[in-house]
Design a protein around this ligand. Structure first.
Ligand SMILES: Nc1ncnc2c1ncn2[C@@H]1O[C@H](COP(=O)(O)OP(=O)(O)OP(=O)(O)O)[C@@H](O)[C@H]1O
Ligand SMILES: [Mg+2]
Length: 237
């Protein structure tokens, strides 16, 4: 353990989401694993892409590991924002890696450990500074040993931290009273919400936990724009 590593907590990595860094002490502590969770269509993939684009603008390589969706479709969807995703994908500044393609086609189910070794190998080979893994929840039915999840996720998070990458793990929100292992093991958890109010969809975000950072846990207003998601330091209603 080196003092230089400990002092890393003084550096911050921008989330790329306007309004969010200010709520978490200037950004994410580098080299850690964070969870972005939320219901369908709440903006999880958008935040993941904003995070990688913020890195790419800073000449940091990003890696988007898709566990289910076809990366082609993700790029198509994300091109609707003014984030310039296509040139970054073409130049390899952001690499989209399709693990889902292999996962869904192999005959025999992988164990959590085999899956994580696969992901780790990709990260080691690509040597990115930022990683997004989208999405965790949906692979739970695809592994051979669901009972080993907590232990293996714990090992996996430690091994990612050793690779010196800042990682966003995307997870679907099943129900707020049923927190899954990744909520406990990640260094920070950001939850997206949406509510119906007077026939209008209200979008919001909540910093549920952010280790090593003072923050408030109140629900904040979120709006979509051409630049992706923006967070406002105000109550949603
Ligand atoms: N400009 C916009 N205005 C309002 N809503 C928008 C805008 N752009 C995108 N959206 C919303 O964002 C949603 C898609 O966001 P995104 O794909 O990031 O969500 P997600 O949480 O990853 O979804 P999924 O659970 O399907 O993976 C769309 O379904 C749409 O509702
Ligand atoms: Mg998504």
């Amino acid at each position: 353990m080196y003092i230089g590593e400990i002092l890393k907590t003084l550096d911050r990595v921008s989330t790329g989401v306007p309004g969010l860094d200010e709520l978490i002490g200037g950004g994410l502590i580098p080299g850690r694993v964070y969870l972005i969770s939320g219901p369908p269509g709440s903006g999880k993939t958008t935040i993941g892409v904003q995070f990688l684009v913020a890195g790419a603008r800073n000449n940091e390589k990003g890696l988007y590991i898709s566990l289910v969706d076809d990366p082609k479709v993700i790029i198509q969807d994300m091109m609707k924002y003014d984030l310039n995703i296509l040139p970054y994908a073409k130049s390899g500044k952001i690499v989209f890696y399709d693990i889902g393609y292999h996962l869904l086609r192999i005959e025999q189910k992988l164990t959590w450990r085999e899956l994580f070794v696969k992901i780790k190998d990709v990260v080691s080979a690509e040597r990115p500074k930022r990683v997004v893994i989208d999405s965790f929840t949906s692979i739970e039915q695809l592994v051979a040993d669901p009972e080993n999840k907590r232990r293996e996720i714990g090992n996996f998070i430690r091994s990612l931290e050793e690779l010196d990458v800042t990682t966003l793990v995307i997870s679907e929100m099943l129900s707020s009273d049923n927190y899954t292992d990744e909520y406990y093991l990640a260094s920070g958890v950001i939850v997206l919400h949406h509510f119906m109010r007077n026939y209008t969809m209200i979008r919001a975000l909540q910093i549920l936990k952010m280790r090593g950072t003072p923050h408030d846990s109140n629900i904040k207003r979120v709006r979509f724009s051409k630049e992706g998601i923006r967070v406002y330091n105000e109550a949603p209603f």
